[in-house]
Design a binder for this molecule. Structure first.
Ligand SMILES: Nc1ncnc2c1ncn2[C@@H]1O[C@H](COP(=O)(O)OP(=O)(O)OP(=O)(O)O)[C@@H](O)[C@H]1O
Ligand SMILES: [Mg+2]
Length: 292
């Protein structure tokens, strides 16, 4: 029996629901350091302010971005769940403003090589997250690594953060190109929304999107959406140094206002793509891994 078949059996055995409840939003980028973790955290806070229960899953394995930015040290991480020591619910840490997060820790590099028991432990607990979260934000690492592509290809709603730096634009394109030919990725069922970060004006942000969308439409047959732009704001840098998200430390800053708008836009947009639950995101992740 191959791993995919094993997975289907585990799902069946454990009666794991495949229905979509929580909305899963994956934040990614081609180039590192463009502002993914800041976007993930602050969107999380803004979405919470709008009345949603939010869980941020730090999938930038090994780097612990989210906990550093929240200035909180979690007791447990995904490794504890995979090893069957803790359920997903038990490894949730409460961050500021009631935004919850799950630390990836350093134990998830071997996601592809999980044993049947470990898979069962993880999948069984995924359902718990769907019950307690309205929105799950996954902060991925940057670049065209297998682990990032797997996560992005598994999701149905992707926020691609890009900046006006020429390398950021080309790296975003390279990521989309790799994604387009990635096994299991469906451009029809995935919405890719661009966030232009560190822009000097909203016009610059819009132009950035137009440029990227033009090449992806022409060469990849992929149409992107523009979610919005976040200005280059020194207060973000200060907030990072203080380990206190800008939405909390500088609530009236330009960047916070822009992030507020992005959250409103995200919740106002009518979603006509099929949403995937976290259980589905994880199962397609393992499914494709085992097909390789
Ligand atoms: N709008 C902004 N204005 C000014 N500085 C910003 C802005 N957004 C992010 N930064 C700065 O850029 C740096 C990288 O941000 P962040 O860690 O969120 O990026 P990342 O894409 O998650 O990086 P990595 O790929 O390393 O995970 C931080 O030091 C942050 O202060
Ligand atoms: Mg990061």
């Amino acid at each position: 029996m191959d791993q995919a078949q094993q997975l289907r059996n585990i799902i069946k055995m454990n009666n794991i629901k495949q229905k979509s409840t929580a909305r899963v939003i994956t934040v990614t980028s081609g180039k590192g350091g463009v502002g993914k973790s800041n976007v993930a955290i602050n969107l999380g806070i803004q979405l919470k302010k709008l009345g949603n229960n939010v869980i941020i899953l730090d999938a930038d394995f090994g780097l612990a971005n989210i906990e550093v930015m929240f200035g909180t040290i979690p007791k447990y991480n995904l490794k504890d769940t995979i090893e069957g020591k803790k359920s997903l619910k038990e490894i949730i840490t409460e961050g500021p403003f009631g935004v919850k997060f799950i630390s990836g820790g350093t134990g998830v590099e071997g996601l592809a090589n999980l044993s049947k028991v470990q898979l069962g432990n993880l999948l069984r607990s995924v359902e718990e997250l769907d019950e307690i979260a309205d929105i799950i934000i996954i902060d991925t690492g940057a670049g065209i690594s297998d682990s990032v592509l797997e996560f992005v290809a598994s999701g149905s709603e992707v926020l691609l953060v890009t900046t006006p730096e020429p390398t950021s634009l080309t790296d975003s394109y390279s990521l989309l190109k790799a994604l387009n030919s990635y096994k299991g990725f469906s451009k029809e069922n995935t919405k890719i929304k661009i966030i232009a970060n560190k822009v000097s004006s909203m016009v610059e942000g819009r132009n950035l999107f137009t440029k990227l969308n033009m090449v992806t439409e022409r060469f990849l047959g992929m149409t992107l959406e523009f979610l919005g732009a976040v200005p280059l704001d020194e207060q973000i840098i200060k907030a990072v140094m203080q380990q206190k998200p800008i939405s909390i430390s500088y609530p009236s800053s330009k960047a916070t206002k822009a992030l507020e708008k992005l959250a409103a836009e995200l919740t106002g947009i009518s979603e006509n793509v099929k949403k995937k639950s976290l259980a589905e995101v994880f199962s397609s992740y393992f499914h494709r891994k085992s097909d390789k």
